[in-house]
Ligand binder design. Structure first.
Ligand code: BGP
Length: 481
């Protein structure tokens, strides 16, 4: 048993990490446009970004340059998309996951009518993909909510944002009605890890930050269910997925206390999937709220909407696994995908300290499928690494091929064990600006982009060795992995 005949091989990106053109054709500012990162600092740790405060945001708004705000320039996909999509087609992509920048359609999030130029841009991107028979998979929200809603309402803490988001989503469904696959919130569980980029929460505007984070998350759950319903109504054969960060956690030892610590981590990690797939808040989480004096406003109507509109499939990002112990002082810590956790002595790490765990991907697939019995889609996976562009225009990235080979063969074993997997989109098939560090030098792509951390470079695209490797994998539908 191998991959489905219609397996969706491809790559995934987010608007704010590739498009650039941050103030072009009526686009408004999003939370990503004020991600305050100093381009020339050697940042390998997410925690090192400039602090999110109302004052720092105001400074960033006043600063109209792009120099210190790499997400404002991305890789200029806004003007290169035809060329980039042609390269994806050359690799044989069946699918391309992209997000819609809310601020291209509603610059401030609360306008009465959408900005037609924004709609036209995405219409043409989608038409170009379709021209090559590449199926678009659209994320409605990927760390790019309108800054105005963040400043005015403290983002998703306010219930009003639900209506603005549903309105934006309706315009997407009506304008891009030939798109079949939709994801609601990217890594929805990340609201509690980076509340500003995920939910527009400005910490100094919150009296009880932890409570506000869970309130915002609740509002996103309600919005996600509402737009799942709307999508099914407006695009009858559509399929809507949730999107989770799969943070697989192992106990540091077989001491029951360590097993318990790891169980607790995984329970928190599954919480967001439970709500969106089973349609109910898990009792252990409700108890956690109570014990921690977290009071969430949840109406009966909210719970009914969540219950009635579960997602059709589960999508997730997978980069790494972590380790937990009852006494964390015994653990060597390592950075990860916006988390810090215990380092696993059995695993190698990337240059950015992320543990490389291909078997963990198989474990994640088996766990998720066993628990929910819904189709799965891996919508992010990959390795950030520094690459060297040789004088002859080649890039020898055998380390990236090794990473993918190891992960994809574990993915294949999971499929052979019966997991219903719809597709695989690697993260950043073309180099892009890192979400966590805003660096260009943390490269994920099969396609190299000539641009450095300070934004210098020709923006010319080059095929890496991994480009040809992935092309072959796709052409064989993964038969020889
Ligand atoms: C995920 C995000 C992506 C992405 C990826 C890699 O959490 O959904 O947007 O960028 O992580 O992280 P980074 O860019 O920090 O290396």
């Amino acid at each position: 048993m191998g991959f489905r005949d219609d397996f969706l091989w491809g790559g995934a990106v987010a608007a704010n990490q590739i498009e650039g053109a941050w103030d072009t054709d009526g686009k408004g500012m999003s939370v990503a446009d004020v991600a305050m990162y100093k381009a020339n600092v050697d940042v390998k740790d997410y925690q090192n970004q400039v602090k999110i405060t109302t004052e720092n945001i105001q400074k960033a708004i006043a600063d109209k340059t792009v120099a210190d705000y790499p997400k404002r320039r991305g890789i200029d996909f806004y003007h290169h998309y035809k060329e980039d999509i042609a390269l994806f087609a050359e690799m044989g992509f069946k699918a391309f996951r992209l997000s819609i920048a809310w601020t291209r359609l509603f610059p401030n999030g609360d306008e009465a009518k959408p900005n037609q130029a924004g709609i036209d841009f995405y219409k043409d991107v989608i038409a170009t993909l379709k021209q090559y028979q590449i199926e678009p998979i659209i994320t409605l929200s990927h760390y790019e909510m309108p800054l105005n809603l963040s400043l005015k309402l403290n983002g998703w803490v306010s219930r009003d944002v639900i209506d603005y988001f549903v309105k934006f989503s309706r315009v997407c469904f009506e304008s891009f009605s030939d798109v079949k696959y939709w994801l609601t919130f990217n890594e929805i569980d990340s609201v509690t890890r980076h509340p500003f980029t995920s939910a527009g929460i400005i910490p100094d505007q919150s009296k009880h930050l932890e409570q506000d984070e869970y309130q915002a998350l609740h509002h996103q759950f309600v919005a996600s269910s509402m737009v799942t319903k709307l999508c099914h109504e407006l695009i009858p054969d559509s399929q809507v997925g949730c999107m989770l960060t799969k943070l697989t956690d192992y106990p540091n030892t077989c001491a029951p206390e360590d097993v318990l610590a790891s169980f607790n981590k995984n329970t928190m990690n599954y919480f967001c999937a439970d709500v969106q797939v089973k349609g109910v808040y898990p009792p252990l989480i409700l108890n956690f709220f109570e014990r921690n004096h977290i009071q969430i406003t949840m109406t009966n109507e909210d719970l009914a909407i969540i219950k009635a509109n579960p997602v059709d499939f589960i999508s997730f990002s997978y980069y790494m696994s972590l380790v937990s112990a009852s006494d964390e002082t015994n653990l060597e810590l390592t950075s990860g995908n916006t988390v810090v956790g215990g380092k696993n002595p059995y695993l190698e790490t990337t240059e950015w300290g992320w543990s490389v765990d291909p078997v963990g991907l198989r474990i994640s697939l088996l766990e998720l499928y066993d628990r929910y019995q819904k189709p799965l889609m891996i919508v992010e996976n990959g390795m950030g690494a520094q690459d060297t562009l040789n004088a002859d225009g080649t890039i020898n990235d055998q380390y990236r091929i090794d990473y993918f080979q190891a992960h994809l063969s574990e993915m294949k074993k999971a499929v052979e064990m019966g997991v219903d997997l719809m597709g695989y989109t690697s993260w950043g098939p073309i180099d892009l600006v890192s979400a966590g560090t805003s660096q260009m030098s943390k490269r994920y792509g099969f396609i190299y982009v000539d641009e450095d951390d300070a934004g210098n470079g020709t923006l010319k695209r080059y095929r890496k060795d991994s480009f040809y490797w992935y092309q072959k994998v796709i052409s064989e539908n993964g038969a020889n992995l």
